[in-house]
Design a binder for this molecule. Structure first.
Ligand code: 6R9
Length: 663
């Protein structure tokens, strides 16, 4: 590191607040701070601002119907179609502009570009094919697909004919697919022969078929041929159809977009809760699309001429909201990449940013930590000057990773939006407006305008700034989930019962609880501490595992850390730290004491780790979240629960042995 670079690093390390970069502000979609007061004063009518981003077949009568909390309804009486809003209305002005830029994993394969015109055509043809197969309005169509362009085509085709979709992440097991299809009574499946992952042509269809064996009814299936000659040569059964043939049979078909009620279901998304059974989160047509479009414009600063890239998988809510619906509603170019960031080399993302001149990049802290571990030489090989804004989502980001992203990817010229939200919220909730607010690394920011987010104690009383509490949302918002599919009771129980007077008809008595811990500072900035079950209680003091992790990651040589609570006779719970080191550092006694010191310095002796276990990897779910439950079981030397949903199950035994030998 040169002296100059060293000074820069040292300065950034100290800096706690960052002003929005001037070059960004001068062109930002939202620059008036007055929006916060204005929305508060005009609530709920302020949300006409979001509804105005859409084309309506019939105007709505009422912005919010809150007569039956917590079953809120938005833009009632309005009629519209989501595929019309994401496609047809752009044709006249932007028909030749790129809607989806698809990039496969193999570098010698051509990318596939869909202009709005081309995407519109294929969506119409596939919508016609779905109708031929017997799909009717309100039938749930399941999609079990990797990152192929036919996935957004299928989603929009469903939206066109008013059939809700339920996308199941391709990395989930066959059993997970069957459970979700059965739970949604879904009789249609769109899937794929396979896809590339780090150079291997994976067989996906076999897994899909295995899943179908567990489905209660004989599901009509459509299969996309992704691998061509490298496919695994499966035959199609009688009720299984080749996607390309269906589309060819319907060449030139035009399907009128079905007029949907604002509150009609757009899709279901299954998400895991604390109990075993996944929850079918229901999102509706108008509120969801208005929310994703508005946040895409206000937070991601998307403009029609941008090339915007969210590197999530469409199998998760982030991909639904911010690869497909929000960006396409705004008529921009959305990049879709099939592979992983380290294939064929660790500079793949930067190569894509350079080649396609990407304007915004929206990714996850887990990826940023990997980039950091690999080193800045990979982004440095590429010209990233097209980037204007950076975003992160999915878990808390520690200040060190935030600053690395800001400096080495954004060249200190791009705002970083740390966006807190959930499958259930439909879109972003807590984050800075990048053209308006200062950024504080490690803190997501204030709630978006028009949202009433409070940090409370177990009694529901607001806590002092700086104290840990529970994040609650005290007013409804258009993008919110409407219920859990066919289970209103569990909906109330899971999200509302904790802080609401459930017998009341007064919306003021209803509070949404997302099950995250958080704290707020004097400026109203919210730092999300993680799921409530991740908050430790050490000697009666509440400690966010994230705060400790952040302290550990702040130690030189540490790439990533996970902290869980282990049972402790004296303290109730004790801190267990699992640590990944950067290449070139040793997990020796010296390192261990530096970590302990780092934690003591950052938080206090109370957070001192009981054990520090060095490991090459952490057990992660396929969506990249650390499986803390397993780490807790290891800390407590208990029987390990189910590890089959992990991305890297083999690592668990390894960590267990290390933990035992350290005792
Ligand atoms: C969009 C998404 C939701 C949970 C959420 C919280 C965590 C998401 C975060 C964040 C801190 C952020 N989370 N974004 N925590 N800072 N910026 O990830 O949805 O998969 O449903 O997960 O993720 O704990 O409750 P989902």
């Amino acid at each position: 590191m040169s002296e100059e670079e060293g000074q820069l690093e040292a300065r950034l390390e100290e800096q706690e607040e960052f002003e929005p970069p001037e070059g960004f502000v001068s062109q930002a979609n939202v620059t008036d701070e007055g929006i916060y007061d204005e929305f508060e004063e005009n609530w709920p009518d302020c949300w006409t601002a979001a509804a105005d981003l859409l084309d309506w077949d019939e105007e709505y009568d009422q912005v919010l119907d809150d007569s039956n909390p917590p079953f809120y309804e938005w833009f009632t009486g309005g009629k519209l179609n989501v595929s019309d809003n994401c496609l047809d209305r752009h044709l006249e002005e932007r028909g030749d502009e790129v809607a989806i830029e698809w990039i496969g994993e193999p570098t010698d394969e051509d990318n596939r570009t869909f202009t709005y015109e081309e995407l519109h055509r294929e969506v119409n043809e596939f919508a016609a094919a779905l109708r031929d197969l017997g799909v009717e309005e309100d039938d749930v169509v399941t999609m079990y697909m990797p990152m192929v362009p036919e996935l957004p085509v299928a989603m929009l085709a469903c939206a066109r004919i008013g059939a809700p979709h339920s996308v199941v992440f391709a990395g989930f097991s066959a059993e997970a697919l069957a459970t979700r299809m059965n739970s949604a009574d879904s009789e249609f499946l769109v899937t794929c022969d396979g896809y590339y992952r780090r150079g291997d042509a994976l067989d996906h269809f076999e897994k899909a078929n295995e899943g179908l064996d567990g489905v209660d009814h004989d599901a009509t299936t459509v299969v996309v041929d992704r691998l061509g000659d490298e496919g695994h040569g499966h035959d199609l059964a009688e009720n299984q159809h080749d996607y390309a043939e269906l589309v060819a049979d319907n060449e030139g078909a035009e399907i009128d977009p079905v007029e949907r009620d604002a509150e009609d279901m757009l899709f279901l998304m299954y998400t895991s809760g604390t109990t075993g059974k996944p929850k079918g989160v229901k999102h509706t047509t108008a509120g969801y699309l208005a929310w994703t479009a508005w946040t895409s414009q206000a937070v991601l600063d998307i403009k029609p001429d941008d090339t915007y890239w969210c590197s999530a998988d469409i199998g998760w809510i982030t991909g639904h909201s911010y690869i497909v619906y929000g960006p396409l509603a705004l008529g921009t170019t959305s990049v879709m990449y099939e592979g992983t960031p380290d294939h064929p080399e660790r500079d793949r993302l930067w190569e894509i940013v350079e080649e396609y001149e990407v304007d915004q990049l929206y990714t996850a802290p887990t990826a940023i930590r990997a980039f950091m571990k690999w080193g800045k030489q990979f982004p440095e090989e590429h010209d990233l000057s097209s980037l204007r804004l950076l975003g992160t989502v999915g878990e808390p980001i520690n200040p060190r990773a935030w600053k690395w992203y800001y400096q080495h990817i954004g060249n200190e010229e791009c705002p970083v939006v740390d966006t807190w939200w959930q499958t259930e919220t439909g879109g972003m909730m807590v984050t800075t407006l990048p053209g308006v607010k200062q950024m504080k690394p490690g803190s997501a920011g204030p709630p978006l305008p028009g949202l009433d987010v409070r940090i409370v104690d177990t009694e529901g009383e607001e806590v002092e700034p700086g104290r840990a509490g529970y994040l609650t949302v005290n007013k409804p918002w258009p993008g919110m989930l409407r219920t859990l599919y066919q289970n209103d009771e569990r909906f109330v129980e899971e999200y509302w019962a904790e802080y609401s007077d459930v017998d009341s008809d007064d919306p003021d008595d209803w509070v949404y609880f997302p099950e995250d811990g958080a704290k707020i500072d004097e400026d109203g900035y919210i730092t999300v501490l993680g799921r409530v079950d991740d908050v430790l209680n050490v000697s009666g003091h509440r400690l966010g595992t994230m705060e400790i992790e952040s302290a550990i990651v702040g130690v030189e040589g540490v790439a990533e850390a996970a902290v869980v609570g282990g049972d402790h006779e004296m303290k109730g719970e004790a801190v267990y730290a699992y640590v990944i080191l950067e290449d070139g550092f040793d997990g020796d006694e010296e390192m261990r004491s530096r970590i302990v010191e780092g934690v003591e310095d950052a938080i206090g002796p109370i957070a001192r780790p009981e054990a520090v276990v060095f490991t090459p990897e952490l057990p992660k779910t396929r969506s990249g979240k650390i499986m803390r439950r397993l780490l807790e079981q290891i800390a407590n030397d208990e029987e390990l629960g189910d590890t089959t949903t992990l991305r890297n199950p083999e690592i668990v035994k390894d960590i267990q042995q290390k933990a035992r030998s350290d005792d």
